[in-house]
Design a protein around this ligand. Sequence first.
Ligand code: GDP
Ligand code: ZN
Length: 294
Amino acid sequence: MAELDNGEMIACRVKGKFRQRNLRSTNPVAVGDWVGIEGAEGEWMISEIEERYNYIVRKSVNLSHESHIIASNLDKAILVATMKSPTTFPTFIDRFCLAAEIFHIPVAIVFNKVDLLDRDERHVLSDFMTTYSHIGYETIACSVITGEGLDQLSAILKDQISLLSGHSGVGKSSLINAIDPRMNLRIGEVSAAHRTGQHTTTFAEMHRLAIGGYIVDTPGIRGFGMVDINKEELAGYFPEMRSLLPNCKFYNCLHINEPGCAVKKALDDGFLSPTRYNSYLSMFNNDNEETYRT
Ligand code: GDP
Ligand code: ZN
């Protein structure tokens, strides 16, 4: 389906030549692409795809070296996280941020269900949010129950194309319904794609918001999927570490236990968040199957 400038939706086929041009991708046209169409009523064809501003890809699980472009031209990557019911762990948040850095998409982190937190937990969350806002990531504390933060969330969604991710059960559908009641997304339902595991085709859906803008939803993927990255490059995708790297004594410092490491010094001096450094280590050590899986 393609949407015309006037908002009308039309069904289109893809012109044959694209099928060859982008050989390594299993899909020539992705959700979010700006396309040119030609033809006539009933037989529209996509004849042109504008250069993508950014895109997220998923490698196929087999070894065919093909990748699947999940979505393109995203203004924002929003992660909905919760401190409890369910718990979103910092390593998951940081893997999401890493993938967004790699794909060149600005990050916003929405901490939902804050109505469930007591005063102490609220303080912990507030400190945690400060860590991310200092890095340059937008953060919002939200509750669908009390309405807290929903205006802020509307403001960051308005007129933007936003990828919305997060564990199942964190309240993604509830938040969108609260902002746009017409949407009427199913709440508390585990999608069929989720249940059948990783061999399902990954796809994205785009929903238009009444306030302006679109939500891109990727059923069946909790975050971005896998991203490939060298250990040597990893620290460069942590924005708060990036500026420290030239100060390490060794140009090939991996920031583990080398002498004269500026990253370790910043950690010791309290300028680098221990949870962020811990995520760095966990990704670096490749110590579980989920490394780089976001
Ligand atoms: P999704 O899987 O991320 O789309 O999550 P849902 O929107 O389906 O919500 C999962 C459950 O969390 C539902 O039972 C919601 O009613 C509940 N929920 C959503 N937002 C909030 C919130 O802000 N506070 C509380 N206490 N529960 C919420
Ligand atoms: Zn170092």
